[in-house]
Structure formats: structure tokens, C-alpha cells
Ligand binder design. Sequence first.
Ligand SMILES: Nc1ncnc2c1ncn2[C@@H]1O[C@H](COP(=O)(O)OP(=O)(O)OP(=O)(O)O)[C@@H](O)[C@H]1O
Length: 205
Amino acid sequence: MVLTVQDLACARGGIPVLEHVTFALSPGEVLLLRGPNGIGKTTLLRTIAGLQPPLAGVVDCAPDAIAYGAHADGLKATLSVAENLSFWAGVYGGTDIEPALAAFNLEKLRDRAAQNLSAGQKRRLGLARLLVTGRPVWALDEPTVSLDVASVALFAEAVRSHCRAGGAALIATHIDLGFEARELDVAPFRAVEPAVATGFDEAFL
Ligand SMILES: Nc1ncnc2c1ncn2[C@@H]1O[C@H](COP(=O)(O)OP(=O)(O)OP(=O)(O)O)[C@@H](O)[C@H]1O
């Protein structure tokens, strides 16, 4: 296993969102996280990626194995496409950026500043960063937002290629990515409603 999650509970804004989440991810495997808006997929991914502590349970993964792709593209606005990838390649150990440019059809945009890309182009660049991390486990939050059909296909091929090379991916998505993958509906793991209601919250409907 590259990732094992055991009896995990996580919270957002101090409110428990999910509890007793348990699953494992093997090399070469994709697991799609499903569930309605507000159920806690982002919170779960943030917890697994180490951005916030769990309320309970265990995330078992090798150190520095996870590359987290958030809602935000995480780009340096004034750097070019190539400079953005080179920057992140340097952070993660100097991987060649050319395969990442090719995988997301960014070669012709390599000298354009990130701030001058369209929304979908920014997203492609944000996703291309995954390839230069060299990290085996991709934890991705709605990675296809702003992507057209052709770009979703590029992303799907990048995930398949990553998995063929022994990587794995945990992906929260509402769409059909166009390939077979195991799915985990997190709705059954919704935390029980707190005794004192703190106002409207979709997670507790
Ligand atoms: N910064 C925050 N402070 C407090 N509560 C938050 C915060 N961000 C999100 N929440 C709440 O936490 C709950 C879980 O949100 P989360 O973003 O994890 O859901 P999600 O399943 O990823 O939703 P979506 O499918 O809409 O992206 C929601 O009820 C949301 O309103």
C-alpha cells in the first residue's frame, strides 16, 4: 500500500465533518472520492495531505510521498509557464520539465506569463506541476475545474501514465474522468450532528 487511512476523523472550522473513514490505496490505483457539496471531501484531502491534523485516526504514508493539488492553481503570476515548472522542479529535486509541458499541451505557451493564461490553461499548468514533483501519491481536489473535454482527456492520460509507472491517485471529483476507477462515497462517513447547532451547514443536513 502507498497510503492507508484508518478510522480517520476530520474537522473544518472546528466542526467535525467526517469520521471513521477507512481505505487503502495500492500502487497503480486510482480512488475517486465522491459525495455531495459540503460533505467533506476537501477537508479529508487536506487532512490526508498533512495540511491539518486529524481529530482521530491514522494516515499511514511514506514521508513526502503526497503531492496535493488544491482548488487553487498555485501559480506564480509573473513567471512564465516554463519558469513556473522550473521553480517547482527545483523545489522537488530538479526533474526535467519537458514531459510536463508535453503532457498538458503547454509547449506553445512556455514563454507566456502565468497571469496571461486563460482559466483552463492555468489549470493545465497547475496540474503539470504534479509531474515535476516526482511524488508517488497524487491527492487532487476537483482537478478538472475549467478544463475543456480535450484537456480532461489529457489529465486522464496523465493520471493513467502516473499509475502505470507505479504511482497512485486519490481524486475528489464530481465528473466522469473517462476511465475505470474504484470509487469511495464519503457520505456514509458524515460526522454525527453536534449537540449544539452552530447554524446552517450542508454537512449536517
Ligand atoms: N474555512 C472554513 N471554515 C468553516 N467551515 C468550512 C470552511 N471551509 C469549508 N467549511 C465547511 O466544511 C464542510 C466541508 O467542506 P468541504 O470543502 O470539505 O466539502 P466538499 O465535499 O469538498 O465540498 P464540494 O464538493 O462543494 O467541494 C462544509 O459544510 C463547508 O461549509
